[in-house]
Design a protein around this ligand. Structure first.
Ligand code: F6R
Length: 618
């Protein structure tokens, strides 16, 4: 989840750019950099680590001779915080990137999917690259198309690219202009008096101006100190509305949402896209070359053991279905706080996967260490670079959800699920368990998840709010599901307990008749996850049993499964996908239900009572 800030105007902008990056720190990053144009020359400074390191590197430039950076006069520049995707966390891979001559500098968020092919073309023409990133190609393409008109060069480069990204370019011959382009990643203009900003999010410039214009997909924007011109891929001008942002500083950090939790629910399409896109470079390939476990070694794995706590444990439960169904490898699930106390049997043929978004949960770390001591290959799935889990594991698979501030895990959960899908598919492919057509089909479905997650949020929220209004004063919520729907229910019940404090339980629907059905009466809302699965009909029978007790059934179903409505009082439809992937969509209405219930009760969803974001002590 990288960040972009660009400025052109009348004020020296070096410190304005760094201040803008500070406002984007919440997105998470591992390196940062900036480029400034002054007196016919562009200078760059980049640094690994946090913005304090960038500030130190800027200060060092006084001696190193990058004049535009060392002095504060430059009134045009670009800055970036990078979260590594293509290429390691190094100064060379940090943005901005430039062409060989250093005439064009760019910063980019997102992923250029066809960068290898484009890069090969430029190398064949005798050009050299200085980083391992997918972003650098954009500077080289602009240089190739440049014929005195920066906007046209950006437009031509944009037409060559495939992927989801937003970028901003600066050219040494245009000291009063920046040009940006957007495809799926956000880009927004801030209009000041005699100055203009171009950034990935409004907080980057909110201290300076509240007048904004949003860029849509497929658009190119040219800014100068007098404002912005927006055009499409064919050069046709687009009129954009000017908005006045009324958020205060606090609301700005929440991206205009009332809470961090709601902001993070809405960030799920991006978080999942960041997690999967560059690991699925082709429709027949899962690239997990970042693991030290090789595909060949993975064929010798006899058993997968997943250890995790809370929501991360639920992500593991979802992943179990995928790994077993696709790779035909047995998967055992262990609650990390229990694992070491039963003196587990571990073998060198085991792959032990520790899932922890923070990478600091004491029980998960202890379980991972024990498994490693006993000879298993330990793989951590975590969201935090440099966390303890990354040091206690043999291999690391990062989710790329960005910083999650709300205590209740939302975007980190869906990113974990996406990461386990990748792991399951990668192992299945290495072991030859899936034919090529099925791999291609699954990769296509995985790639469509970010869009479908967005559609699920938009498509269900109003209805979920109405359900919450009907039941927020209730004394108990029950969540029922079978098979792949069960972990979704466990997660829905956990969210409900955690942020609305309403007692909630999740049960395997087939277990109802063995006791818990006694809990039901006409005051009990029962949320049934009845998305497509091999056991849908059985779930429907369980729903009928529940309804016969007078309980109010709220079903989560797959679009087109109209039969579910017959056994439910209300049905919330989520988009159709492969049934194994359905949980990543089905959980979203349950996150929203817990959220709206808690808000109606007037509770602080970002910091529930008795809970902290990271549980490091036992
Ligand atoms: C629930 C939640 C917790 C965490 C659990 C593990 O919303 O956030 O249940 O999932 O404390 O935390 P990590 O994943 O950091 O190990």
């Amino acid at each position: 989840m990288c960040g972009i800030v660009g400025y052109v105007g009348g004020r020296p902008c070096r410190d304005l750019l760094i201040a803008g990056l500070e406002k984007l720190e919440y997105r998470g990053y591992d390196s940062a950099g900036l480029s400034l144009l002054d007196d016919g020359h562009i200078d760059s400074v980049r640094a690994v680590g946090n913005l304090a390191n960038l500030r130190a590197a800027v200060a060092d430039e006084r001696d190193a001779g990058a004049v535009a950076v060392a002095q504060t006069e430059a009134t045009i520049g670009l800055a970036h915080t990078r979260w590594a995707t293509h290429g390691r966390v190094t100064e060379e891979n940090a943005h901005p990137h430039s062409d060989e001559e250093g005439d064009v500098h760019i910063v980019l968020n997102g992923i250029v999917e066809n960068h290898s092919e484009l890069r090969r073309g430029r190398i064949a023409d005798g050009h050299e690259f200085s980083s391992e990133t997918d972003a650098e190609i954009v500077a080289h393409l602009i240089e190739r198309h440049y014929d005195g008109d920066l906007t046209e060069a950006v437009r031509a480069a944009f037409a060559d690219l495939r992927g989801h990204y937003a970028f901003v370019a600066m050219h040494v011959e245009h000291p009063g202009m920046l040009v940006g382009a957007r495809q799926e990643c956000p880009l927004v203009i801030g209009l000041g008096k005699g100055e203009t900003f171009l950034a990935s999010a409004i907080p980057a410039f909110l201290r300076e101006t509240r007048t904004v214009m949003r860029i849509e997909n497929g658009e190119i924007v040219t800014i100068d100190e007098d404002g912005a011109t927006v055009t499409d891929a064919d050069g046709e001008p687009h009129e954009r509305e000017i908005e006045e942002v009324t958020w205060d500083e606090d609301a700005a950090e929440r991206g205009g949402y009332p809470t961090f939790m709601m902001k993070e629910i809405h960030e799920q399409p991006d978080a999942v896209a960041e997690t999967i896109t560059d690991r699925l470079p082709e429709l027949d390939e899962v690239d997990l070359s970042e693991l030290t476990l090789t595909p060949e070694q993975s064929t010798r794995i006899r058993r997968v053991v997943i250890v995790a706590c809370g929501t991360s444990y639920h992500a593991g439960l979802v992943g179990r279905y995928a790994i077993e169904a696709w790779g035909r490898i047995p998967v055992e699930m262990d609650i990390a706080s229990e694992y070491r106390y039963r003196d587990p049997v571990v073998s060198p043929d085991d792959l032990v996967v520790g899932i922890t978004q923070s990478g600091e949960t004491a029980d998960t770390l202890a379980a991972m260490r024990l498994a490693r001591e006993r000879g298993a290959h330990v793989l951590a799935i975590t969201n935090v670079m440099g966390s303890q889990a990354t040091r206690d594991a043999d291999s690391v698979l990062f989710t790329r959800a960005g910083l999650e501030i709300g205590v209740a895990a939302t975007k980190t959960f869906t990113s974990q699920v996406a990461a386990i899908y990748l792991l399951g598919l990668w192992m299945a492919q290495a072991r030859g368990e899936l034919d090529a057509a099925r791999v291609t089909e699954l990769i296509g479905e995985l790639k469509s998840l970010p869009r479908k997650i967005g559609e699920t949020i938009e498509g269900t929220e109003a209805q979920v709010r109405a359900v919450a209004r009907s039941h927020y004063e209730g004394r108990f919520f029950l969540f029922l599901g079978r098979h792949i729907g069960l972990p979704v229910c466990l997660e829905g019940a956990l969210k409900m307990k955690e942020i609305s404090y309403i007692p909630s339980d999740a049960y395997a629907a087939g277990e109802m008749k063995h006791g818990p059905i006694a809990l039901l009466d006409e005051t009990t809302p029962v949320v049934c996850v009845a998305t497509d699965s091999p056991v849908l009909e059985k779930t429907l029978s369980n729903m009928a049993e529940v309804r016969a007790r007078g309980a109010d059934v709220i079903a989560i179903a797959t679009e087109g499964s109209e039969q579910v409505c017959d056994d439910a009082d209300q049905t919330l439809f989520v988009p159709r996908t492969d049934w194994i992937l359905q949980p990543i969509l089905a959980v979203i209405p349950l996150q929203l239900l817990a959220y709206h219930t808690a808000r109606l009760l007037g509770l602080n969803v970002d910091q529930p009572r008795n809970l902290a974001k990271t549980v490091t002590v036992e």
